[in-house]
Design a protein around this ligand. Sequence first.
Ligand code: SF4
Length: 173
Amino acid sequence: MSEGGRGGSFAELLEKIKAFPKNQLWRHNQAGDLPGEGSRIDAKMLSELVEANRGRKGFTYSHKPLTTANATLIAYANRNGFTVNVSANTLLDADKVALRHPDLPICVVVPEGTPRRTTTPAGREVRLCPAERKGSGINCANCKLCSKATRSYIIGFTVHGTSKKNYAAAVAQ
Ligand code: SF4
C-alpha cells in the first residue's frame, strides 16, 4: 500500500497518484482531510484527485460536515473509485449519518472494550478495525475494508490511542 498527501504541493500529489500502477491501494492524507478551506470541500481539487486516481484504489476519511454540497461531492468521489469514508463520532451519530446518506461508507469512533462485531442503536452492523487486535497480522494493505465504498457495514475504531490513521501509517512505511 502507498500513501499520498504528505507534504509537497497538490500538483505533486496528483503526479504521484498518476504514477501509481493500476489497482494500487493507496491512502490519502494520513493526518488531514479532503482539500478545501475550513469545512468546505474544494470541488475542483477533489475532482482532480478522483481523476488522478482512476484505475487505482485510493481511500481516505473525512470529518467535514455533511452539508448538501459536501455530501454531493463525497458521493461523487465514492461513485468514481476514490473512497471517502465519512467519520461519525458516536454510534448514534453513525445512525443519523446512515439515515441521511445511505450511499456513503461510514466509520465511527467506539468506546474501548466494544466487541469486534456490534450494532448501532438502530441495528446497523459495525465491525471493528481488525488491525486493532494485537497480533492479528492485519493491516490496511491486507484488510482493505476502508477502501470498499459500497460495503454495507460501518467500521469502528476504538477511542484509545490507536486510530485508523496510525494503522494506515504503520503499513505505509
Ligand atoms: S486495517 Fe483498519 S484502517 Fe486499515 S483498511 Fe482495515 S479497517 Fe480500515
